[in-house]
Ligand binder design. Structure first.
Ligand code: GAP
Length: 510
């Protein structure tokens, strides 16, 4: 745990030092759970967005994109259920004065018991060696079974209490599970109360005439209300998808872990509209497709896993999270939900407008079912940062800090460096820069010794450095240095374009 905290602290410090992410309005001591992206951060963020947009919209004939407004008619949020039910159950510890989400406390308790089970399994695997049958052990071992029963009991009780809005029983559950404040160890809890996560403001010039409007807590509703506009104007036939990237806002009460949980964040969402009855097939397809997208980035596959939901929201008939192993453990990175026809039907009901599709193949009108993929851009950014961050000891014993950002996502693809600041080398280097800068984001740097400049590029994740030296003036060749291997090769300036294209182009997913 201490190591994990240490690792996250190092990543946060590095992100600030090099201009990836800053605390928002830092000169006023920052604003909790809001962050600004610096010069390198905004490049990296744009590269992630572009990869998502291309993979989802450009590479799928049956997916189109939109950019809906953040403000929406207030009835939208009544219809979607956010006004009545987009709440977190909160509880305070009276001694530490710290506030927690009751569901998170229960979830962490479940994880603790799951760890105990895993310990039993690992111990038995060691004892029995090759003859060990894990499934059989999990199904028959008394201690494992007793712990599983405890988990099921707690989950079931929490679910029922939430459905019945029985906040007293949620508090009792926390007491019965003997959950202590993770920071102080105190078990002196207040009552649980519901807290709505939407930010509101007023639209209109006078207080009397003003309407309460909300900052959207998800981008999805902008897609639902535009379903017919898009279907008709883009002449889409079911099955088809509508994708969107945009800001969302949630008044998160417990906002820790850097950009993992923010009050203002960005989502990349896609709603895929299908014929009723075909939604589970599409849900499985999108699960596979989305995992393929993550794997294509080049981060180790073991750092991803699915977490299928057993407690489904009332509008979903299947749901899973793609979890990523952040420095603080496996946590939700993306959600994939089969949302049935809940949202479109609700908007039909509240707007009085039909949101139906006439399916020429079967000659029927229906409200389509929806499969949603929803990923947090900032969480993806943190996944890339934490995958990339590394400190290495080199053969000569010196330390190097290197950000192994996947090449196609790196803020700068290449740095052009004259070996010396004289003898015509800067001029030659600028010539090379001029040939590359229209296709690749390049950095030019002539300050300090070459070794120091390489280290600087390693620390910001630039995959390649091109060094222009005296030989370049004679034969039009340069050295190309690879960030990861630190190997250098002599190449002709004429082939740089082609070489870089092979090395830094984003994967093309089919
Ligand atoms: N439209 C569905 C929806 O909004 P969600 O699970 O609440 O579902 C989807 O959010 C994704 O948005 C999450 O998987 C996560 O990556 C991201 N997300 C949610 N809340 C966030 C927050 N406070 N800060 C950063 N990212 C967040």
């Amino acid at each position: 745990m201490a190591d994990q905290d240490e690792q996250l602290k190092k990543i946060i410090a590095h992100a600030k030092e090099y201009g990836f992410v800053y605390p928002s309005s830092e000169i006023y001591d920052g604003l909790s759970a809001t962050y600004d992206y610096g010069p390198l951060g905004s490049e990296l963020k744009n590269n992630i967005k572009s990869f998502w947009w291309k993979s989802m919209v450009q590479y799928h004939e049956n997916v189109v994109g939109i950019d809906a407004a953040i403000f929406m008619h207030p009835k939208t949020w009544k219809a979607s259920g956010h006004i009545d039910a987009f709440n977190d159950p909160l509880i305070d510890n009276k001694d530490s004065k710290k506030r927690y989400r009751a569901d998170v406390l229960v979830e962490e308790w479940v994880q603790k018991i799951e760890k105990k089970i895993q310990k039993e399994v690992d111990k038995a695997a060691k004892r029995f060696g090759d003859a060990f049958d894990e499934t059989q052990f999990r199904n028959t071992n008394d201690r494992v079974l007793a712990n599983l029963e405890k988990i099921d009991g707690a989950n079931e009780r929490f679910k029922t209490a939430m459905e019945q809005n029985d906040l007293a029983d949620i508090k009792q559950l926390i007491i019965d599970l003997d959950i202590a404040d993770p920071l102080s160890g105190s078990k002196n809890w207040t009552d649980v109360r519901q807290f709505n996560l939407m930010f509101s403001t007023e639209m209109g010039s006078t207080a009397e005439g003003a309407d309460t409007v909300y900052l959207r807590p998800e981008t999805a509703q902008g897609i639902f209300v535009n379903f017919l506009n898009v279907q008709k104007t883009a002449r889409m036939k079911i099955p088809f998808g509508i994708a969107q990237i945009g800001k969302a806002f949630r008044n998160e009460i417990i906002a820790r872990q850097f950009i993992f949980r923010m009050r203002e964040f960005e989502q990349m969402e896609m709603q895929f509209f299908v014929r009723p009855g075909e939604e589970l097939e599409w849900y499985e397809k999108w699960k596979k497709e989305r995992l393929k997208w993550h794997h294509a980035i080049g981060i180790a596959k073991e750092r991803y896993r699915f977490h299928d939901h057993t407690n489904l929201a009332h509008y979903a008939n299947a749901a899973t999270d793609i979890e990523y192993e952040f420095p603080f453990g496996f946590k939700e990175l993306e959600g994939i939900h089969s949302r049935t026809d809940f949202d479109l039907k609700k908007h039909q009901e509240f707007s009085g407008k039909k949101l139906q599709y006439f399916d020429p193949e079967i000659g029927e009108n229906y409200v389509p079912y929806v499969v949603e993929t929803s990923i947090g851009l900032d969480r993806m950014f943190l996944a890339v940062l934490s995958h990339s961050y590394g400190q290495e000891t080199l053969e000569d014993g010196s330390q190097r800090m290197v950000m192994r950002i996947p090449h196609f996502l790196a803020p700068y693809k290449v740095a052009v460096l004259p070996l010396l600041k004289k003898d015509g080398l800067p001029e030659k280097a600028r010539e090379v820069l001029g040939e590359l800068k229209f296709d690749y984001n390049c950095q030019y740097d002539e300050k300090d010794a070459i070794g120091k400049r390489y280290r600087r590029q390693d620390a910001i994740g630039t995959p390649f450095c091109i060094t222009v030296d005296h030989q370049s003036l004679e034969d039009n060749t340069v050295t190309l240095r690879d960030r990861d291997s630190m190997q250098q090769e002599r190449v002709s300036i004429a082939v740089l374009q082609q070489l870089l294209r092979e090395k830094v182009t984003a994967p093309k997913l089919n």
